[in-house]
Design a protein around this ligand. Structure first.
Ligand SMILES: *Cc1c(COP(=O)(O)O)cnc(C)c1O
Length: 396
């Protein structure tokens, strides 16, 4: 197996060497002050990354899926109505989790490749004069289709309808890579995981609760034990954990979150935008379409690229893995076989991305697609080149 190559899957992402070393720790007593010196700086750094100055941050040994469960079980009761749009595999799975918890889910189905329909949320919220809807669910970045939705528009929908429902947001593949304005957007719960924008191994669910979400916790009656944020809050107050924490991962999270802050969040977002622009330029040069239907929906963390009708996109992913030792993402659910995905989030540079685009290009040529070597790479190079030799760029 080749392990030197970067991965181009939309999570888990590449792990910076310093983060890997931070995760690899000798045993440390989690009741010691040394542990508190890891935990509290990590929670504070996460709070800054999410722009959530007033939120409570909780980190569970789990994954993003556990973060979804934390959000639901701590704020809702059996039979509660929630409103959720489905525009891909991840929004689908969160809806499925709601149903399995006995929630009454009002599902807005939209075509895969579309964003969350703020207008329809607003109409339904306005019509709900009894305020039966307790929460609205939103997947900020639908990782299956490469679609980024407008969370501020959902907040505006709630405000226009003057509706008190909680706004629960899945930011697993956006937080730490693209702007996430917890406070400004009036988000009540945000969910992240360690293995995407935080550049870590999988193993942590990272959640933020607004004061309004915390106020809902004592009313909520869905069963919860492991994910009960009250136990977590009580333990944090005394510097500890309600059970054995993943100390090494928390140490890694502290380092990783500070790396993002040291780079500067705006620089992190600009880097993701530029790298994504290169991927999009390559896609266009290949004559292929993104699954995301309009430029304003394009995700800066993952691109789902449609292959021509009759061509099984999964062949590209398999060929890249077997022949070149490079990982791309397969299409999921409704778009399985129709798209392959290039993950471009986390610890990534322009130069790394060029290697991924060159590999995807080789695979498509190997498999007989109507593409020439260098086509997409050159288009990305024109995005990434500094501009020092403008005439050459024009000539190319
Ligand atoms: C990866 C992902 C998840 C699931 O996270 P796990 O860590 O695999 O449980 C949820 N939502 C989105 C948008 C994701 O990209």
């Amino acid at each position: 197996m080749i392990t030197q190559n970067p991965a181009f899957i939309p999570g888990p992402t590449n792990i910076p060497e310093v983060v890997r070393r931070a995760c690899d720790m000798p045993t440390l007593d989690h009741r010691s002050s040394a542990f508190r010196d890891i935990l509290h700086p990590a929670l504070n750094a996460v709070r800054h990354v999410m722009k959530a100055p007033q939120a409570e941050i909780f980190v569970f040994p789990s994954t993003g899926t556990g973060g979804w469960e934390t959000a639901l079980t701590n704020t809702l009761s059996p039979g509660d109505r929630v409103l959720a749009a489905r525009n891909g595999m991840f929004s689908h799975r969160w809806i499925d989790m709601c149903e399995r918890h006995g929630l009454d889910v009002q599902v807005l189905d939209v075509p895969w490749g579309e964003g969350l329909p703020a207008q329809r949320y607003e109409e339904i919220l306005t019509a709900d004069t009894q305020h039966r809807i307790r929460a609205i669910l939103a997947t900020h970045n639908e990782t299956a289709t490469g679609v980024l939705s407008d969370i501020a528009a959902l907040r505006a929908a709630l405000d226009t309808a003057d509706h008190p429902a909680l706004l629960l947001v899945d930011g697993v593949s956006s937080i730490g890579s693209v702007d996430f304005e917890f406070e400004k957007w009036g988000v009540d719960i945000a969910v992240a995981g360690s293995q995407k924008g935080f550049m870590m191994p999988a193993g942590l669910a990272i959640v933020a609760f607004s004061p309004k979400a915390m106020a809902a916790v004592s009313q909520a009656t869905l069963p919860r034990t492991f994910f009960d944020v009250r136990d977590m809050a009580d333990s944090y107050a005394t510097g500890g954990y309600p059970y054995t924490p993943a100390v090494g991962l928390l140490n890694g999270l502290n380092v990783a979150a500070h790396m993002l802050l040291d780079e500067g969040l705006d620089n992190v977002f600009a880097r993701h935008r530029r790298i994504a622009d290169g991927v999009r330029a390559a896609t266009q040069a290949w004559g292929l379409q993104l699954c995301a239907r309009r430029p304003e929906l394009y995700s800066d963390t993952v691109s789902a690229i449609r292959t021509p009708d009759g061509f099984d996109a999964t062949r590209i992913v398999n060929h890249a893995a077997e022949t070149y030792g490079v990982a791309f993402g397969v299409g999921l659910g409704e778009v399985a076989g129709k798209v392959f995905r290039i993950g471009h989030l986390g610890s990534l540079t322009d130069v790394m991305m060029l290697s991924g685009l060159a590999t995807a290009e080789m695979c498509m040529v190997d498999l007989g697609m109507d593409i020439k070597l260098g086509q997409g790479v050159a288009a990305a190079q024109r995005v990434y080149a500094t501009g020092a030799s403008e005439p050459h760029r024009e000539a190319a």
